[in-house]
Design a protein around this ligand. Structure first.
Ligand SMILES: [Zn+2]
Ligand SMILES: [Zn+2]
Length: 343
């Protein structure tokens, strides 16, 4: 089958690899669309960071149809439209027993340990396969994975109805978070983002206030908007020292701060975070992937409560993937979520 295989930094090749074998509990999925995550781009430019067994096909956001099921699999049949967990947890360890599959020490992740979804077929464990509700398109289904990440982040924040939220950065993650915050009944949803097109999108997806950090101080403005004391919950969706600072210092005392962006922090910020934790009794939380949240998001998208497909900006043919990655940096401001059309 055709797959986009990561070999080394800036060396991804479209090539033929063997189709996945179908074990008794596996489901072989014919990939329809695969989303490009910032981690895929990061890996392309700076890897190997999360690719443990190169050469390997990247890709962990996808939709598709069931092609074949293992002999122990029930409830799924060829032709079912699906999405699913892009990793194999062991299902048995102390974390898996608590449904914290994302923390399973022996999980095998697609695009990290085994071939991912930048390929014509991808294998999943049947317990991690979710049938799409009627009316959910395969395009939108490919965005359920990143939506599950932010859905879990909001859950971990303990956001309550009427509370104020400050979202720093309106890339796909920040925009999806805006959508979930609205769904959860947040009072004021403040989004800081330098790009005008993204601020407009944030308003469409549920922001009550948008700020341009290039022309106004997002910390002062967020305090003003949120009762003069700052947001109940802030999320850094970028992952730079400056954006983390913005998230921290725009949060009210006793507030919660979610760390979603990663990889670009400069070390001097960390001691400041600790200081702020003492001074204001902040709670910091990080969040990694999702577990049962993916099934919850599938259902909510089916009911029309969440709209992750609204962040799709481009759909490109699979055979243009290498060219796309080559030119990503110069074009990045034009994109939100990009899907590859694979099958
Ligand atoms: Zn991702
Ligand atoms: Zn486990």
């Amino acid at each position: 089958m055709k797959a986009a295989v990561w070999h080394a930094q800036r060396d991804m090749r479209l090539e033929d690899i063997p189709e996945p074998e179908v074990g008794p509990e596996d489901v072989k999925i014919k990939v329809a669309y695969a989303g490009i995550c910032h981690t895929d781009v990061f890996e392309y430019l700076y890897g190997p960071q999360t690719v443990f067994n190169p050469p390997l096909a990247l890709g962990h956001e996808f939709s598709g149809v069931v092609e074949e099921v293992g002999e122990a699999v029930t409830g799924l049949a060829k032709g079912d439209p699906v999405t699913g967990l892009p990793y194999y947890p062991c299902w048995e360890c102390t974390f898996c027993q608590q449904e914290l599959w994302n923390l399973c020490p022996s999980a095998q992740a697609h695009g990290m340990h085994i071939h991912g979804a930048f390929a014509e077929y991808v294998p999943l464990h049947y317990r991690g396969v979710y049938k799409l509700p009627e009316g959910v398109s395969l395009e939108e289904a490919a965005t359920i994975e990143p939506m599950s990440v932010v859905y879990r982040a909001v859950k971990r924040s303990g956001l309550e109805q009427g509370e104020s939220v400050h979202i720093v950065g309106a890339g796909p993650v920040g925009l999806l978070l805006t959508n979930v915050a609205k769904y959860k009944g947040a009072g004021r949803i403040v989004v800081s983002e330098p790009l005008e097109s993204r601020r407009e999108k944030a308003l469409e997806m549920g922001a009550t206030h948008v700020l341009n950090p290039d022309v106004e101080d997002p910390i002062t403005r967020t305090h003003e908007i949120c009762d003069g004391v700052g947001a109940h919950v802030s999320f850094d969706c970028v992952g730079m020292a400056a954006t983390l600072d913005t998230a921290v210092y725009s949060t009210r005392r006793n507030g919660r701060i979610g760390i979603l962006g990663f990889g670009f922090y400069e070390s001097p910020t960390y001691p400041l975070m600790l200081l702020a934790a003492f001074a204001s009794e902040y709670t910091y939380f990080a969040t990694l992937g999702y577990n049962v949240e993916m099934k919850e998001v599938v259902d909510l998208v089916g009911k029309g409560e969440l709209h992750p497909g609204d962040v799709i900006s481009n759909i490109i043919p699979f055979d243009q993937i290498v060219e796309f990655f080559d030119h990503f940096e110069e074009n990045r401001r034009k994109y939100l979520k990009i899907l590859l059309k694979i099958g």
